[in-house]
Write a protein that binds this ligand. Structure first.
Ligand code: CTP
Ligand code: ZN
Length: 154
């Protein structure tokens, strides 16, 4: 991007989720529960040119930081994302998202017959078989949960 073009403003305090796979910013917003009605300034850029990838999305949220469970949610949909914490216009922390080997209590199994979907007190648990494309294997029934299954739950 040439320097004479200001595509998205810098933020003062908050979080910039950068290097989201092109076209997935709205999915990331959705899984984080961001509706746009939070009275926070949010800027979303979709399919902007990127050096590292051909195109990327960016989500900037003023006045918010994310906990580790929320970072794991971002990693489910945007495995190459970078989370930048901004304070007083400076990047004070930069973190590549990373999924734990075991995903617990974030998503449900997409198999309706799975014991984790019954009334038993069993918490859903998955092994990460692949991050991109996303493939999560249910600890209980072996069902392979994909990105589209995750998106349906939010
Ligand atoms: N950013 C922002 N507001 C700030 C500071 C940074 O919106 N006050 C954004 C930048 O536009 C960029 C991201 O936060 O999208 C990370 O900033 P920076 O580390 O300065 O950029 P790069 O060096 O390009 O990041 P990387 O090495 O992760 O590609
Ligand atoms: Zn299952």
């Amino acid at each position: 991007m040439s320097e004479d073009v200001l595509r998205v403003s810098k933020i003062r305090n908050g979080t910039v989720i950068d290097h989201i796979t092109g076209g997935h910013a709205l999915d990331v917003a959705k899984i984080l529960g961001i509706t746009g009605r939070e009275k926070k300034v949010i800027t979303i850029a979709i399919n902007v040119p990127s050096k590292r990838f051909k195109r990327k999305d960016i989500v900037k949220i003023e006045g918010r930081e994310f906990n580790s469970q929320e970072v794991h949610k971002i990693a489910l949909l945007a495995p190459h994302a970078t989370i930048n914490i901004i304070r007083n216009y400076k990047v004070v922390e930069k973190q590549r998202v990373k999924l734990p080997n075991l995903i617990e209590n974030i998503i449900k199994c997409a198999n309706p017959a799975c014991i984790s979907n019954s009334n038993e007190p069993v918490e859903a648990k998955f092994y990460v078989e692949s991050e991109d494309p996303l493939l999560l294997k249910c600890h209980y029934c072996g069902y392979i949960v994909e990105k589209k299954d995750v998106l349906q739950q939010f």
